[in-house]
Design a protein around this ligand. Structure first.
Ligand code: E4P
Ligand code: PEP
Length: 432
């Protein structure tokens, strides 16, 4: 079977040249870090940690600037602080960052007026501008994606290891955002953390560990040319790792058991995720476990459920029950974005923040009633003040879309909505 959702560039000399160049470039992540992440995820599966995955729907080359990367990292750190405080357990911080450049699409083409061109498939494949040149599939873009991922990761490492993520900076991450109620709530929490930190400091505690944050990079392993070319043999163990990111996931559109994406990810040692939509059956989930995690390795497999607010309470329980009854210990993560996409009256792809919150509530309810572990949250979000999802306590309204809608594919939570969501999840975790 031909792999789904792939570009039409195979067989050109340029394609062969780029693949051979990618094969010689250094890995973006190291197998040792990937193994540490797997052990963290094993803790999340047991209910001893919580996974926070967040970032752009589709990263773009032009938005890989210091300010924007910093805003996203800062927002994820803020959400993580809220969650850590609420859950009183470690939060695994992971960006849909430094590699989230390939997008699956519902249609191969896009029509505007009487012009039809190839659909935009992410900056790693083609450009967003609606011209034949830009929409042509260009393998050279894989090299730009590699370089952009490398520079993004470099900055993330600098921010999270070089002092910016110091927990004693919790207040400074909030600067410039004070009007929204979520920011006030955050300020109060930051104040409580400050007092606790000062108390511990006065007691002579050692704060080395608070100066740095572990931060992992994740993306959908959609573009198989790129993922295969970045797969390397680990010199310590002789085992294959996909070194394009720490954590890779298989999307809802490419998760069939005999498909090329499942086959590829069954062969690498990274911790991996699979998106599960509302048509998934319990048997589908069991088959995926048997194929992707036959050894039942702790931390290996994460199921990211994206059911939709109206469906989660019916669709999720049979899947979770079936998996629970096999004894497999996967990480259960909620993606409250992808099942809740609608089109606004003025023609924008959007999501209602209320639906996002409701899916998260449903996720916690289902796991509470089955006695299983709600292990993480996966969101499309940005650190910027965009208007792409409707609602929130400082509500985004449709009229703002014309000036503040920036995403190139799916709508993201803005900075305030992301924080608000983190408070809701923290509440759910506190009750867990
Ligand atoms: O992010 C997810 C998918 O790429 C996206 O929802 C597909 O969008 P489309 O239906 O606009 O192609
Ligand atoms: C395409 C995505 O999601 P899904 O596969 O769940 O539709 C995504 O997370 O970018």
């Amino acid at each position: 079977m031909n792999p789904k959702q792939q570009p039409s560039w195979a067989g050109t000399p340029e394609h062969a040249r780029v693949l051979s160049e990618l094969g010689t470039l250094p890995p973006l992540v190291f197998a040792g870090e990937v193994d540490v992440l797997k052990s963290r995820l094993a803790a999340a599966a047991r209910g001893e940690a919580f996974l926070l995955q967040g970032g752009d729907c589709a990263e773009t080359f032009s938005a890989a600037t210091a300010d924007r990367i910093q805003a996203r990292v800062k927002t994820i750190l803020q959400m993580a602080v809220v969650l850590t405080y609420g859950a009183q357990m470690p939060v695994i911080k992971m960006g849909r960052m430094a590699g989230q450049f390939a997008k699956p699409r519902s249609s191969d083409v896009e029509t505007r007026g009487d012009v039809t061109l190839p659909a935009f498939r992410g900056d790693i494949v083609n450009g967003y501008d609606f011209t034949p040149e830009s929409r042509a599939h260009n393998p050279q873009r894989m090299i730009t994606a590699y370089n952009t991922s490398a520079s993004t990761l470099n900055l993330i490492r600098a921010f999270t290891q070089g002092g910016f993520a110091d927990l004693r900076s919790v207040h400074s991450w909030n600067q410039g955002f004070m009007a929204n109620p979520a920011y006030h709530e955050y300020e109060q929490l930051a104040g409580e953390i400050d007092r606790a930190v000062h108390f511990m400091e006065a007691c002579g505690a050692d704060f080395e560990a608070l100066k740095r944050a572990e931060f992992y990079a994740a993306h959908e392993a959609l573009l198989l040319d790129y993922e295969r070319a970045l797969t390397r043999t680990d010199s310590r163990t002789g085992l294959p790792y996909d070194t394009s990111g720490h954590f890779l996931w298989i999307g809802e559109r490419t998760r069939e058991l005999d498909g090329a994406h499942v086959d590829f990810l069954s062969k690498v040692k990274n911790p991996i995720g699979v998106k599960l939509g509302p048509t998934t059956t319990g048997q589908d989930a069991i088959d995926l476990i048997n194929k992707l995690d036959p050894e039942r390795e702790p931390g290996r497999l994460t199921f990211i459920t994206r059911m939709g607010a109206g469906k989660i309470r019916e669709a999720l329980p049979p899947i979770v029950q079936a998996v629970r009854d096999t004894g497999a210990q996967v990480v259960w993560v909620t993606d409250p974005m992808h099942g809740n996409t609608i089109t606004s009256k003025n023609g924008y792809k959007t999501r209602r923040f209320e639906d996002v919150l409701d899916e998260v509530r449903g996720f916690f309810e289902v796991h509470r009633s089955l006695g299983t572990v709600p292990g993480g949250l996966h969101v499309e979000m940005t650190g910027d003040d965009v208007a792409e999802c409707l609602g929130g306590s400082d509500p985004v309204v449709e009229e703002q879309f014309d000036s503040l809608y920036e995403t190139v594919v799916d709508p993201r939570l803005n900075h305030a909505q992301s924080l608000e969501l983190a408070f809701l999840v923290a509440e759910g975790l506190a009750r867990r």
